[in-house]
Design a protein. Structure first.
Length: 233
């Protein structure tokens, strides 16, 4: 049973944290976030969605963290969340920006079951979970290529993430990743693949999460619109 005081605290933290990133959440959106939070916490006891065990930490590090990206993203479009896991960042982005058409791509069947349950509980249209891996053509949903945005959080080092996600990004589309203190080192080691596959830095922004030490970085790469390289080469 969640006490009224705890729920009110969570609501205030969501609103305050979102506001910090320039995002205004309605009461309905906050309600949906809290349904999702409860689902992550409940399922995590049996299928290990995340190493974070405290609800408040889940709220901050899983629900609020994706919202830092919204000021740097288009207001609508198609989005593929690769290695979605606990639905991060895809589900929070969908709740905050319901105009998106979102596909959640996850390799593990149990996590796909979780994602489908959360989609049902949250009750938003225009979001679907699929089992599969990036770059595996036989696994993919019908919309194989041409996503406006591809997201990857804690998927792989940046160089590998670019290779995996590149085939799914439309020309002129965006690759969104979340990084920690080692972002400059990762960018330096990824410069060659970025040049070869036609990516440039659209946004590199530092931010902090409430009640959390250390600085995080948002990285948005843009795929050049006129490049013809085979991303799978």
């Amino acid at each position: 049973m969640i006490s009224r005081r705890t729920a009110d605290d969570d609501r205030q933290l969501l609103k305050r944290g979102a506001h910090q990133f320039g995002v205004a959440l309605s009461e309905e959106q906050v309600r949906l976030f809290l349904i999702f939070l409860q689902g992550v916490w409940s399922w995590n006891r049996s299928i290990n969605l995340t190493g974070i065990t405290g609800k408040r930490e889940m709220l901050i590090q899983l629900l609020l963290d994706p919202l830092a990206a919204l000021p740097y993203l288009p207001s609508k479009g198609t989005l593929l969340d690769v290695g979605s896991g606990a639905g991060i960042p895809g589900l929070p982005l969908k709740i905050a920006r319901p105009e998106y058409e979102i596909h959640l791509l996850e390799a593990k069947a149990k996590k796909v079951s979780f994602l489908k349950d959360m989609i049902r509980q949250v009750g938003l249209a225009g979001i679907t979970a699929y089992q599969g891996r990036a770059g595996k053509g036989d696994d993919q949903p019908a919309l194989l290529n041409g996503y406006d945005i591809v997201t990857a959080r804690a998927l792989a080092p940046l160089k590998k993430t670019i290779h995996l996600c590149c085939p799914h990004i439309s020309p002129g589309g965006l690759l969104l990743t979340f990084k920690g203190a080692g972002i400059d080192r990762e960018l330096a080691s990824s410069q060659g693949v970025m040049e070869a596959l036609g990516f440039s830095i659209e946004t590199k922004a530092a931010y902090r999460l409430p009640e959390t030490p250390g600085e995080r970085h948002l990285l948005v790469l843009k795929k050049e619109p006129k490049r013809e390289e085979d991303c799978q080469s």
